[in-house]
Design a protein around this ligand. Structure first.
Ligand SMILES: [Zn+2]
Length: 309
């Protein structure tokens, strides 16, 4: 088994924030600055990110993202059903029927393709909101994989229920989303530290992940040591020995990742500085990967395993 750990830095590229408990930058100009800063900081460490983009942003930012794609970034689709104007739902994806989800995704795909000139094949829903129809809808629309799962998070207001979910890359299950299955969609879950389930003041349960700052705040609403969370996630990889070892980190386009006087920039630096030494304790090595690359690597590993057994 390889000692490589694929490290996937991602960003949810959000529309302008609608208020206090909504993610997103104050202006699209600010959002573009955050995107470039993130790309630049990661580039100093040799990492290429994956951007999950709300499709409306293609109207003003497609040129920038296509430039970053040419430099090695990967572009995928991000949709908050509650913010996506063409379908006008009041709730996130996980509260919708199969047909409604397919409609949201189809219109999102069409809009994305219109602006970016290619069809998106990776997806992350807003708030990781989904239900047991989601993978079936994604498979029917030809998505090859993505980031639907945030293991352990139970946030009913956002229709995000991932209690008991598999924490490592797996083929998605179209009947029960938390477990591995045999559908073609490759799920690469957000990395979480399962040593402690935490109650968030906003009223949801979750495990700590590596995001800089909190869900809607630059500060840690619940004190969290990023170095410790990373150490625990690395230990899980060593214990579990999954088919493909991945570390997935999520950020939003509303934090400063460059100015080290700010908390998010410091926390991102903590993660970047500690990846190599933390993995080295177990003889593992960090390797930059986008979602596209990691999905291909997973499919290859699974084929190899099947041929061996
Ligand atoms: Zn989002």
């Amino acid at each position: 088994m390889s000692n490589d750990v694929l490290v996937l830095f991602t960003m949810d590229v959000e529309l302008i924030s609608a208020g206090e408990n909504a993610s997103g930058p104050q202006t699209n100009e600010e959002g573009a600055v955050r995107v470039r800063e993130y790309m630049e900081v990661l580039g100093d460490y040799g990492y290429k990110p994956t951007f999950f983009i709300h499709p409306e942003l293609g109207e003003t930012q497609a040129e920038m993202f296509l430039e970053l794609k040419a430099q090695g970034a990967c572009l995928g689709l991000h949709i908050h059903a509650a913010k996506f104007a063409p379908t006008r739902h009041k709730v996130e994806l996980g509260a919708l029927s199969f047909e409604q989800q397919k409609e949201v995704l189809t219109l999102g795909l069409e809009m994305f393709e219109r602006y970016f000139g290619f069809r998106a094949d990776i997806f992350r829903p807003g708030c990781f909101s989904s239900n047991d129809y989601t993978y079936k809808a994604l498979n029917e629309l030809g998505f090859k994989g993505g980031s639907i799962c945030i293991p352990g998070r139970v946030w009913m207001d956002r229709y995000c229920v991932w209690a008991g979910a598999d924490i490592h890359p797996h083929y998605a299950n179209e009947n029960i989303r938390q477990g591995p299955g045999d559908s073609p969609f490759v799920e690469i879950p957000l990395s979480v530290d399962i040593s402690r389930l935490v109650r968030h003041p906003l009223g949801f349960d979750h495990y700590f992940d590596l995001r800089p700052g909190d869900v809607y705040s630059n500060a840690n609403v619940i004190p969290r040591d990023h170095e410790q969370v990373l150490a625990n996630i690395v230990r899980q990889l060593d214990n579990d020995k999954p088919v493909l070892k991945t570390i997935v980190i999520d950020v939003h386009n509303d934090r400063n990742f460059k100015d080290l006087s700010t908390t998010p920039a410091q926390q991102l630096k903590t993660v970047l500085d500690n990846l190599k030494p933390e993995l080295a304790k177990y003889g593992m090595v960090p390797v930059s990967a986008t979602y596209g690359q990691a999905i291909d690597a997973f499919i290859k590993e699974m084929k190899r395993e099947r041929n061996c057994s």
